[in-house]
Design a binder for this molecule. Structure first.
Ligand code: PEP
Ligand code: MN
Length: 287
């Protein structure tokens, strides 16, 4: 009988982490990258404020949902295509690649016209028809872990993409549901480190959805950097109190700036660096 476990995602004995290109210039899977922006794209002003803040603090890519997978049908569902246009315009203006969630293969033509990276959300991690459709396109996929998915199920979801022909895949640990409901989710950092050790794909951490609380986002981002993640996915909003989605976990521009400084310090302390930062040898070289 043929193997049914993950095969193509596994790292060979001397194989390095695969570098996945986001847009023209950003490489994920080498130096540390931070993708940030609002949970949901809401308005021109909101997208501009979040995007400008991400760029000013050294973020490497913009995120924002135009199609939101909401638990309640009565919650804000996203702006749809006009939202994608706002994000795309911000990305062009700031020269940053953009990442947005695709919920249905029918959205592919529109998404391929606008976004650099197709995000598959936790709720769609095992939407196999969507995964098969995305396996046939030449665009990187950011695959989030389902909140009820084991590591093996997560890797097998990635296997659908690789097996179908798309090897431009980045994984993202975003917390799982456990017996403890105090926090929004339980961040599985050890699971992330385990996956890093076994799999050739870059692995990101999303401490925003993993905790649901803005005050815990930076501490968990620092921990993720120390534990070897390839980067972060962070929600940023200029006015978390009035955000239309996930306000309690959104970082203000000021808090995001502090996160970036802290993560750089942790990376430097562990012999790594933030993409775009000066090489360690050059720091202080002018003295
Ligand atoms: C998101 O990143 O916008 C999102 C909805 O996250 P998740 O799919 O992890 O819940
Ligand atoms: Mn969100």
């Amino acid at each position: 009988m043929a193997a049914s476990g993950p095969v193509k995602v596994m790292r060979g004995p001397h194989e390095a982490t695969r570098k996945v290109r986001f847009g023209h210039a950003l490489e994920v899977g080498g130096d540390f990258v931070v993708i940030a922006g609002p949970c949901a794209l809401e308005s021109q002003d909101q997208v501009d404020q979040a995007s400008n803040a991400v760029k000013a603090s050294g973020g490497h890519a913009l995120r924002g949902g135009a199609f939101k997978p909401r638990t309640s049908p009565y919650s804000f569902q996203g702006l749809g295509e006009p939202g994608l246009m706002l994000l795309s315009e911000a990305g062009r203006r700031l020269r940053l690649p953009i990442v947005s969630e695709i919920m249905d293969a029918a959205q592919l033509p529109m998404m391929l016209d606008t976004v650099d990276v197709l995000q598959v959300g936790a709720r769609n991690m095992q939407n196999f028809a969507l995964l098969r459709a995305l396996s046939k396109v030449e665009r990187p996929v950011l695959l989030k872990r389902g909140f009820g998915a084991t590591i093996d199920e997560w890797l097998l979801a990635a296997e659908y993409l690789l097996d179908g022909g798309n090897d431009q895949v980045v994984l993202c640990e975003r917390g799982i549901r456990s017996f403890d409901t105090t926090l929004r989710n339980t961040l599985d950092l050890a699971g992330m480190a385990y996956v890093k050790s076994k799999v050739k794909l870059p692995v990101l951490v999303d401490p925003s959805h993993a905790t649901g609380m803005s005050g815990l986002v930076t501490p968990m981002a620092l921990a993720a950097a120390a534990a070897g993640a390839d980067g972060l996915l962070i929600e940023v909003h200029h006015s978390p109190a009035t955000a239309m989605c996930d306000g309690p976990q959104a970082l203000t521009p000021e808090a995001f700036d502090q996160l970036m400084r802290g993560v750089s310090a942790v990376l430097n302390a562990t012999g790594r660096r933030m993409a775009g930062d000066k090489p360690l040898a050059a720091v202080g070289g002018a003295r």
